[in-house]
Design a protein around this ligand. Structure first.
Ligand code: USQ
Length: 395
């Protein structure tokens, strides 16, 4: 089996590549280093330096004998996207540079992933719209033109649904209207421009499914935490990119870093904002299980990819409790919320589909947090206070 991972240098992309490779898949990763370049441009810092994608693929090969082929290229360029399927691809690094063939599965992470980034100003809004929609559209047309039965697994976001005052279903809802009924995509109403592009991605692929019988799984993922995976334990240089800044860091990763350096935890507003969370190891499991259980041809299969829900306050209290146990002085602050979002709201999403296909959740525990504290503490000297909160206002 051959899997193509678009966005293979990112926080989730690289661990996913190793996970599939370890399980015997032929893996090709593609990236244009967007995340690294954006971090440099915006001067937001990372917890530790990460070797280039080519270097990491070589290290992986040295340790395991397995090959992850690397393509450095911009997937908003349709010719680069199409080369991955036509055989004209130019591998930046591979042991064997012969074309591996059309992949059975494409995992699509190649997007600008940050909500605050998308709202810095109109320039960053445009980059977000352009990158996310063009890449998805190029992929959709490549599937249409080269192999309509390939399985596209797109990583979407729970933020597509927003925080409605009704239960959130897994992707679809039956609507009864004036005595007739029809199944529709669950209503979506995002609270950032980034999340809005994810809605548009879903709509693009839903069009491709209806029009050309494409085979698509859309994973509505919540914020991910953690950094250690089975494969990264092989060598420190295989660790994933880890951000703790306001733009690219997600809440729990940020809180642990803040706790380690004694920076008051940055709860935004009242802290009642509730989201569905998952451990990075579960992202890998979910994507893998989705690949192993195909969507049908002509099906847009949607899973809500979360394992449990927490409010920002609950996460802060938990980090504080564990941090104190470890001897850190952890204070919690309530900052004026830079985002425009509900701070007290109903939240009851369904998330059963991934469990039904065999995912076994890793829940958040004291031990998991202690593990995160231990790694972050190792790199304590690298942590830059100035990038933790810049206050990018959304309103
Ligand atoms: N929050 C704080 N303090 C912080 C950071 C965040 O209170 O220092 C709050 C936010 O206001 C928000 C919640 O925590 O209510 C989650 O924020 P986040 O920054 O962890 O996550 P978000 O911006 O929603 O985006 C992240 C990923 C994105 C993914 C999304 C899933 O960056 O790629 O799509 O999580 S979801 O949130 O379900 O839409």
């Amino acid at each position: 089996m051959h899997v193509l991972i678009l966005g293979g240098d990112g926080y989730l992309g690289w661990p996913t590549a190793m996970y599939f490779s370890q399980r015997g898949y032929d893996v090709t990763v593609v990236d244009n280093y967007f995340r690294r370049n954006a971090c440099t441009e915006l001067d937001v810092g990372m917890l530790y330096p990460v070797p280039t994608l080519v270097e990491r693929a070589k290290i992986w090969h040295r340790h395991t004998g397995r090959e992850i082929k690397v393509v450095i290229g911009d997937l908003t360029d349709p010719e680069i996207m199409r080369s991955l399927f036509s055989g004209r691809v130019e591998y930046t690094w591979a042991v064997d540079k012969a074309f591996t063939g059309i992949p059975e599965t494409v995992v699509h992470y190649a997007e600008q992933p940050s909500a605050p980034y998308s709202l810095i100003n109109y320039k960053y809004a445009n980059i977000t719209i352009q990158d996310n929609l063009l890449t998805t559209n190029n992929l959709m047309f490549a599937a249409r033109d080269f192999d309509r039965s390939m399985h596209i697994i797109k990583v979407g976001t729970m933020g597509e649904y927003g925080t409605p005052d009704i239960d959130i279903e897994e992707g679809w809802i039956d609507i009864n209207h004036k005595g007739r009924s029809h199944r529709f995509l669950f209503p979506r109403q995002a609270s950032s421009l980034y999340h809005t592009t994810k809605i548009m991605d879903t709509d693009l692929l839903w069009f491709g499914v209806r029009m050309w019988d494409l085979r698509v799984t859309d994973l509505m993922q919540g914020p991910v935490y953690g950094l250690e995976t089975e494969e990264s334990k092989i060598d420190d240089r295989l660790w994933t990119i880890f951000n703790y800044d306001e733009i690219f860091g997600t809440i729990l990763n940020r809180f642990v870093v803040q706790a380690v350096i004694g920076y008051p935890l940055t709860v935004y507003g009242k802290g009642g904002q509730t989201r569905g969370y998952l451990n990075i190891n579960d992202t890998l499991q979910c994507v893998y299980k989705a690949a192993e259980t195909l969507a049908e041809k002509g099906e847009l299969r949607i899973f809500n990819q979360i394992m449990e829900t927490f409010s920002a306050n609950e996460l802060a209290e938990w980090v504080q409790k564990v941090g104190r146990k470890l001897g850190y002085e952890v204070r919690v602050d309530h900052l004026e919320n830079p985002r425009r979002e509900a701070e007290n709201h109903y939240y009851n999403p369904t998330y059963q589909g991934l469990i039904d296909i065999g995912v076994e959740p890793h829940y958040l525990t004291d031990e998991v947090l202690e593990g995160m504290f231990a790694v972050v503490a190792e790199y304590r000297e690298n942590i830059r206070e100035d990038v933790i909160f810049k206050g990018i206002k959304w309103g």
